[in-house]
Design a protein around this ligand. Structure first.
Ligand code: UT7
Length: 326
């Protein structure tokens, strides 16, 4: 049987580190509040001349290098982002051009924090359908560009960066075992960016009312996230008749340590089977899972044959889970 196997991972984040102590100086917050309510200690912030396609390209180059492949080996490039370089063309096309991956077809996916797992699911479908053999899937964001630095409710949460994987269709038992993606548009207002689209085009009012920034009803999102991520995790396990005891590493979207702990507890996963790096990167939306996956991979936290469960939740609302054998 042909399975989509991850044959390379890569990530890239800005050099600039913004700590909770730095934020204490500019907004009415404390390291203590941010640490206890979110688990975040610091995040990476793009420089003025850095943007989403740049991080995406760097992450892709590292993933290709690990895979021992060249850009010309790619059939498909998917970038998941809600902070593209431009409304159009797709950031994936910019990455394609940077890499000179001229044989690939490239497009973006907008599913907020679930974007990477939506992309992985779509790439897996392309491979299963025989439409692609090798796919590059990237989650990349420059969220600090749409962050209101005067709003303590949200500005302490977000960070920038990108993570990438190369998927290759190979005969064998290792690879993507099951995927589940979900959405519920009735909750769209809980987490959105009011402007920069066709509904509220650029205007003085848009700037005055800070409509280019992320709006989030954190508490509501929190409650829905825990339930949906638990359900999505159980769904993919059920497809393969596996139990939570079979999971070697659980990599959830890195939004809030309390959300991750709550899901871990509900699933009965001890802390050493749950990957957490939000203390250093904050919430990087679509980039959070592939950055964590690349870090875990390079640290040797995943071994051949390990069962990995990836789980996400974000604006849309959207949620998703992917089960794989490494
Ligand atoms: O990535 C996609 C999905 N996103 C998420 O999953 C995020 C989900 N939500 C969350 O992570 C949490 O809801 C937040 C971290 C956003 C907020 O934590 P919370 O425990 O839900 O706090 P809250 O919004 O209920 O606020 C509690 C208090 C409020 O003060 P009052 O009204 O009780 O006096 C806030 O004004 O904490 C206050 N507060 C802060 N205080 C110091 C909010 N932000 C801050 C801050 N520093 N940065």
């Amino acid at each position: 049987m042909v399975l989509s196997r991850i044959v390379g991972t890569g990530s890239a984040v800005p050099d600039r580190v913004l700590t909770n102590f730095d934020l204490e100086k500019t907004v009415d917050t404390t390291d203590e509040w941010i640490t206890t309510r979110t688990g975040i200690k610091e995040r990476r912030v793009a420089a003025e001349d850095e943007f989403t396609s740049l991080f995406a390209t760097r992450a892709a180059e590292r993933a290709l290098e690990m895979a021992g492949l060249t850009p010309m080996d790619l059939d498909l490039i998917i970038v998941a982002t809600v902070t593209p370089d431009f409304p159009f063309p797709a950031t994936a096309c910019l990455v394609q051009n940077n890499l000179k991956a001229t044989k690939a077809v490239a497009f973006d996916i907008s599913a907020a924090c679930s974007g990477f797992l939506f992309g992985l699911t779509m790439a897996n479908s392309h491979i299963q359908a025989g439409m692609a053999r090798r796919a590059l899937v990237i989650g990349a964001e420059t969220l600090t560009r749409i962050t209101d630095w005067t709003d303590r409710n949200s500005c302490v949460l977000f960070g920038d960066g990108a993570g990438a994987v190369i998927l290759e269709g190979r005969e064998g038992e290792n690879g993507v075992l099951a995927t589940r993606i979900h959405s519920d548009g009735s909750y769209w207002e809980l987490l959105h960016q009011p402007a920069c689209g066709s509904r509220n085009p650029a205007s003085a009012r848009v700037l005055d009312e800070k409509m280019t920034f992320i709006k989030m009803q954190g508490n509501e999102v929190f409650k829905l996230a825990v339930r949906a991520m638990e359900d999505a995790a159980n769904e993919v396990l059920a497809v393969k008749g596996l139990q939570t005891a079979d999971i070697d590493l659980f990599i959830p979207h890195q939004a809030n340590k309390r959300i991750i702990d709550a899901i871990g507890k509900r699933l009965g996963l001890e802390k050493d089977r749950v990957y957490v790096n939000l203390d250093r990167f904050g919430n990087t939306s679509a980039a959070s899972i592939p950055i964590a996956l690349d870090e875990a991979n390079r640290l040797g936290r995943v071994k051949e044959g390990d069962i990995l469960l990836l789980d996400s939740f974000g604006g849309g609302l959207t949620w998703a889970s992917v089960l794989m054998r490494w």
